[in-house]
Design a protein around this ligand. Sequence first.
Ligand code: NAP
Length: 311
Amino acid sequence: MSRNNDPIKIGIVGVGKIVRDQHLPTLAKDKDYRLTAAASRHGKVDGIPNFPTVEAMLEAVPELEAVSLCMPPQFRYDAARTALAAKKHVFLEKPPGATVSEVEDLKTLAAANDVSLFASWHSRYAPAVEAARAFLGSAKIKSAAIVWKEDVRRWHPNQEWIWAPGGFGVFDPGINALSIATHILPAMFITSAVLDFPENRASPVAAHVTFRTSDGLSVTMELDWLQTGPQSWDIVAETDKGQMVLSGGGSKLAVDGKVVHDEPEAEYPMLYKRFAEIVRAGTSDVDLAPLQHVADAFMLGKRNVVEAFFD
Ligand code: NAP
């Protein structure tokens, strides 16, 4: 099963915004893969066979070795089960599922079928994240704050699924922040949360969350989906070695105002490199910490009803 160095024959499922923006351009350049087929109800990929469902694709193209599942999280579990049961390696877009338990189930199924499962967290592969992790690993952290504020109308126009149950609302971008925070900060847990739900929506438009670590370190998280003008995707930590600011969604690192790391982003090439690595090594990579924090925020969070949201 592609545990040699031949290109991995991969199919893509759920052809929408992120497939066109990132997966197709990345796969076109990556010699580790051959994009062999696509499955989507409406979307099509030029130059390869297209099918309406994952089942039809797997039946018609048995040589497929892997699939990338890029539909919204609420609709991913059945497709993942079908692919894993057919002994295909599976790449899950973020968030890996709508619940923690369903992804645990997929992990078990992947192991039983001896195939790889990858819960991809693209923001974790932003260029300055490893440098931030190294800096924080060498410093004593006094406090940390996550500030993720963006304009939903600009980034998610007319995406109804994102406001539906299981679409996560503002935690759809917020989980990107958490995928970085859980990689660079000590293990932490939520102590309080207030979630602002527009009166006409099933998911929150803003969230105010407090975490602590077992050592009592305080971490706050502010998520807001109504920020126009400059967008903020920052993690700030006060440390004994100065103030660390990881900004631009993990792309730029500064300490006490001095930029120490700023490189062009290559998140999706890195994600596919990691997927090829685990396929060839015969392992899985499924870290559920970011998803667990979102689940905890919904479990512990106070629900605050705010003004209706219209696109
Ligand atoms: P999208 O364009 O709204 O959806 C992707 C595709 O999924 C749709 O075009 C649709 O294709 C299929 N789909 C939608 N509803 C479905 C349903 N009920 N059942 C089966 N398939 C369905 O969304 P997206 O922005 O690409 O996001 C998809 C995933 O990628 C999300 O988990 C998101 O968090 C993640 N992501 C998005 C971005 C971004 O910038 N947009 C960035 C990183 C990660 P068909 O109608 O052809 O089936």
